[in-house]
Design a protein around this ligand. Sequence first.
Ligand SMILES: C[S@@+](CC[C@H](N)C(=O)[O-])C[C@H]1O[C@@H](n2cnc3c(N)ncnc32)[C@H](O)[C@@H]1O
Length: 296
Amino acid sequence: MEILGTKNHKIIHGDALEAMRTKIADNSVDLIFADPPYNIGKNFNGHLDKWAKDEDYLNWCYEWLDLCIKKLKPNGSFYVMTSTQFMPYFDIYLRNKLHILSRLVWSYDSSGVQAKKYYGSMYEPILFCAKDRNNYTFNADDILIEAKTGAKRKLIDYRKTVPTVYNSEKVPGNVWNFARVRYRMDEYENHPTQKPIALLERIIKASSNKGDLVLDPFSGTFTTCFVAKELGRNCIGIDLQEDYIKIGLRRLQLSNEHKGEKLQKEIRSFETEKLATTLNYKLFEEPDGKRIHGKY
Ligand SMILES: C[S@@+](CC[C@H](N)C(=O)[O-])C[C@H]1O[C@@H](n2cnc3c(N)ncnc32)[C@H](O)[C@@H]1O
């Protein structure tokens, strides 16, 4: 296991369970966002996200769920994701140990999902839990969204003693609409299940304060740590895969290189074309289908 980054923004290359057991103090974390492998066969850089039996996956999850609870401060908050088919097990397991305050649905449009004989999956569930239902951070004013009734339709509530215009802002409900991260978006990184910055912004703003410690045991592209740092929070991010550690180091601007390798964002196909145009080069299609650069 290797600990990289700085005192306030740590990146741990290693197993989340081992790192939490040995490198993170109990009752020390203000907010945990955990987005584990979902056991649905995604390919994480050659590592298949699939356990031999569902029970094996769940038993592994119960182990790190317990560790997350142990690491949380008494007033800490915990957001956890998994696939729709496993979330009911998480829910039943956690409701005996924490207070489940919201069952969130991250909903998105996905033209890629075009099921013909059933209803395509267009959402992912998130549980929002606290250790103490009477003492946890919730910065409602920092995450307000437009309340259409008040802001757009300017309706007046005549049921009140003094008729009042409806509020123009409100705390979001439990269905959240955020676009998935697409190849052409600026924030895109090469990872199969990258979460959007906007999703993490809402969670971190609501459930932590400046200077608080945010932990993400399954960091992937380090979206959580990236947003935490941008918002003035401290963070610890863990991932097993070195390629993702490199994304984290670069995204959080913690290092320009890793083991002698310069850390640069991968150039996407459409960027090569843009770059070629800027440099006065053109992409030519060869008869064998290969694309090459040539001078205009
Ligand atoms: C669903 S992805 C997380 C995506 C992340 N939320 C993002 O925004 O990019 C799960 C990640 O967990 C990592 N992982 C799987 N098993 C792990 C383990 N035992 N310890 C640490 N990381 C692990 C995978 O490499 C993968 O990057």
